[in-house]
Design a protein. Structure first.
Length: 488
């Protein structure tokens, strides 16, 4: 529903304009009349109309004064302004422009000109409203909650909401063709994929077969609660991951993966990735101590997870992908932030749907890990005590340790050790220890079975308030928010 405030001191003119608008616009509108600027201003404050159509010459408060008052209102309350005037006077036009008027129309009003201006204002309003709601959806996904629910009930349709993710070249352009006028909201967008949420109207979106030869489409299950958006995003992504596996057997495609349409199937699912977490942690924590051959074996062991339950491989891949892209690239910032090869490789790994099949993606993960291990190994040859120190830290980081203790453990001068440690890891000792503990905290929180103070104790934080402060600084969310985000 679009609300329009119509301000003119002549009743017959208001009636004529109202009839033009009612007869010519094909969307639901509500027209509220005001006989002067003061009434119009109160209506704008109370009703938050999308459009204000106002005459310039009115008693009590004229159109110029009305526009000045509206110009200082909060941005979200300002209507689009269309000015009507019987005076072809540049000063009025100038005042209208300075106040942000969308159009300036001379009386007698040309019907076509008025409808064109109103339609333009309506399109701008709908676009703005859509962008606001998209931002709200992103907030739900990012924070797991919505602080401002205003506007969202208008989106709800009795059949609930769906998420769709589309992977391929120019996905947003393809999306517009597919949705064919349906209402949808873009939640995430890159050059290679787009994720949307749309009110489900009871009819499935239809896709041209030739479209599905080029694009991979993952569709979530339905939900009628906005708090489920994060879960729906995961469902859509997991559905799209099915393209890497045989639909009948769940086995990995060794050649070209399949494009097409994939639905989230609401049946049996994996609730516990503890074994995968342990295998991953062994691989990534061993990276700075392992030889290239050992690193290769660690990566192979990690990807053996797809042999355990072929029917649920898409869920496993979705979880592993998130693990690698959110953890592996940030584990050794001294290298990953500065080495161009690692930077380019990380971008390639993030774009998993650019790969023909899963073995090719695994090969890139292996290349990244082996190259990183080689860099780390090269540095530790020059400073072998660093290897010993890192092994000691990883074994004892849950305890109350400090750099002096570690330097003493490896029999190296404190100052010299501090300098070499930062050269090797890219961060100082305290920062490295903090990140190690935070990574452990993330893993424990994702299990969903520990209280916050228990996680703090198990990760080496003696003060739970300090732990919560540091965790928010590092992740942008509280431990509880992190747990809720990754359990869903």
């Amino acid at each position: 529903m679009i609300t329009i405030v119509l301000a003119d001191d002549e009743k017959l003119i208001r009636a004529g304009l109202k009839k033009i608008l009612t007869d010519s616009l094909d969307i639901p509108i509500e027209i509220i009349e005001a006989k002067n600027g003061e009434e119009a201003l109160e209506l704008c404050r109370d009703r938050n109309p999308e459009i204000l159509i106002t005459d310039i010459r009115m008693p009590v408060m004229d159109g110029v004064e009305l526009m000045k008052n509206i110009s200082v209102m909060e941005e979200k309350q300002k209507p689009a302004i269309i000015v009507l005037s019987g005076y072809d006077d540049f000063s009025y036009a100038k005042a209208a422009i300075q106040s942000g008027a969308l159009s300036y129309i001379l009386k007698p009003v040309d019907k076509k000109e008025l409808i064109t201006a109103v339609n333009s204002a309506i399109m701008d309003s709908l676009k703005e409203e859509k962008e606001k709601n998209e931002q709200k959806f992103r907030q739900i996904i990012e924070k797991g909650r919505l602080d401002d629910v205003s506007g969202l009930p208008e989106i709800t349709i009795k059949n609930g909401l769906r998420c769709i993710v589309i992977y391929g070249k120019n996905p947003i352009q393809a999306l517009e063709t597919v949705m064919q006028g349906r209402t949808y909201y873009v939640v995430e967008q890159t050059k290679s994929y787009v994720l949307i949420v749309y009110p489900f109207d009871g009819n499935e979106v239809s896709y041209d077969p030739s479209y599905l030869d080029t694009y991979i489409v993952g569709i979530s299950g339905p939900a009628d609660d906005y708090s489920m958006l994060r879960t729906m995003r995961r469902q859509a992504r997991t559905a799209a991951m099915q393209s890497f596996f045989n639909a009948e057997t769940g086995e990995i495609y060794e050649k070209q993966r399949k494009g097409g349409l994939y639905y989230w199937e609401n049946d049996q699912h994996i609730n516990d990735f503890t074994t995968l977490d342990e295998t991953y942690e062994k691989m990534i924590s061993h990276c700075d101590l392992a030889s290239p051959d050992e690193t290769q074996k660690d990566v192979e062991n990690l990807f053996d997870c797809f042999k355990n339950n072929a029917k649920l491989n898409s869920e496993t891949l979705c979880y592993l992908y998130r693990k690698i892209t959110s953890n592996m690239f940030s584990r050794y910032p001294g290298y990953t932030d500065s080495d161009m090869y690692l930077h380019i490789k990380s971008i390639m790994i993030e774009n998993i749907f650019e790969y023909a099949n899963l073995p090719e993606w695994q090969s890139s993960v292996l290349d990244y890990a082996v190259y990183l291990a080689a860099l780390l190994k090269q540095d530790t040859k020059e400073s072998p005590y660093i290897t010993e120190a890192l092994a000691f830290i990883k074994t004892h980081f849950k305890k109350n340790i400090n750099m002096a203790m570690v330097a003493n453990q490896v029999s190296v001068n404190y100052t010299w050790f501090s300098e070499k440690f930062k050269e090797h890891t890219g961060v100082n000792f305290n920062e490295y220890l903090k990140r190690l503990r935070i990574e452990e905290a993330k893993k424990l929180l994702e299990k969903g079975c520990y209280k916050v103070y228990e996680v703090a104790e198990r990760c080496g934080f003696s003060d739970v308030k300090y732990f919560m402060k540091i965790f928010r600084e590092e992740t942008g969310m509280s431990p509880t928010e992190w747990s809720n985000k990754h359990i869903s």
